[in-house]
Ligand binder design. Sequence first.
Ligand code: PLP
Length: 459
Amino acid sequence: MTLEEFRAAAYAVVDWLAAYRESVEERPVLSRVEPGEISALLPAAAPEEGEPFADLMADLDRVVMPGTTHWQSPNWFAYFPANSSPPSILAEMVSAGLGLQGMLWSTSPVVTELESRVLDWLVDLMGLPQAWKSAGPGGGVIQMSASDATHAALVTARAAKSGAGRAEDMAVYVSEEAHSSIEKGCNIAGVGHCRMIEVDEERSMSVAALEAAVKGDLARGLLPVAVVSTVGTTGTTAVDPLTEISRTARRRGMWHHVDAAYAGTAMICEEFRDFQPSLEMVDSYTFNPHKWMMVSFDCNVLWVADRAPLLEVMSILPPYLRDEASESGAVIDYRDWHVPLGRRFRALKLWWVIRWYGAAGLRSMVREHHRLARRLADRVGRDDRLKLFAPVPFGLVCFTHRDGNEATRRLARDLNATGKAAITASSIAGEDFIRVAVGQAETEERHVDALWDLIDSLA
Ligand code: PLP
């Protein structure tokens, strides 16, 4: 591809993307293809000769669109949001265009220094402890996903808290409402016991049950190494009691990791910060700007209060990676902060999103989504066919049909079948419920009202 061809193709792609985003609201939100339907549109073998770019573009409509589930639709209320936004898309383009590798400071200093600075901005924007800034003992790093971050935290906890113990004797504690990535992280880290701690009536981890589990494991000769709290569980956005859990963690010599994958974004608004008190007692914290902060997937942030044990676990130095800047001790080499060596320039999209919208723009998005979620919850709460299933601390509304599981499932199926909105059905302790996550960047009051009209007509 010559640069002239590249220029023309790039304009065509941007035009196509702008038209897509203009029309996405009108498209059926969920893809309706049957398994295998997309494969059937594709040749079995790669082309021998190159094809014109116009043919590649045409297949966006012929092949890609039918198999697309429209996460960027303002009618997207399923799972949690995975927002992108125009400045983030453009930054992705620049990042790919530059094609940098940021494994060492010296392999592209801007990748490292911009990342540290933007994550320091976030410490202030989210009211996190100052010690987590890059100039302090801790620091932040961008990873692919919250699952990766939690895995890194657990591996670090295992090394930092186990003494000479064997991994199979180690125990990690997590609420039974925590995301499955914690159990997966334990499995990958080789931790022998991942204990699911029962929750109270608000679906927050019971500290008494945590204490009892730790005590029981100590009596059995096991080694409690970490506890993972959640701020905003995946099921219902419940919040674990961080202060009490931190106290238990300290008393028992355990690492305390906080998973705020979804709800972390809300912390840019001061009024949500009571949900995560006492963070200065926490060892690590993760959240996903790629969920609710208008930064395209993938972009996760992991902060550690003390970077030394993380680096101790993740550093390995073959001769071909030695260099003067690293040895001077004056720079950060982010390759030592996670499993992958190579790393892309993900900080650019975070930088552009924060600069384009400003802290005020991000705050008003969060507050508006929260307001819209409360508006919907209020309507659900006043309807005698429906029942709220959980409080609405952030942007997620959970409810059931009063006629029971069958009716709840039917309502969820019928809502999704309209193509006018996407919601998720879930279940806790045998009770089925519908999750409506208000958080897509373009979602306005009229979309939430239209969803309510659908719920009203189908309930
Ligand atoms: N933790 C929580 C609370 C989540 O809700 C999710 C995903 O929804 C995750 C972790 C996993 O996130 P990721 O896909 O970034 O690994």
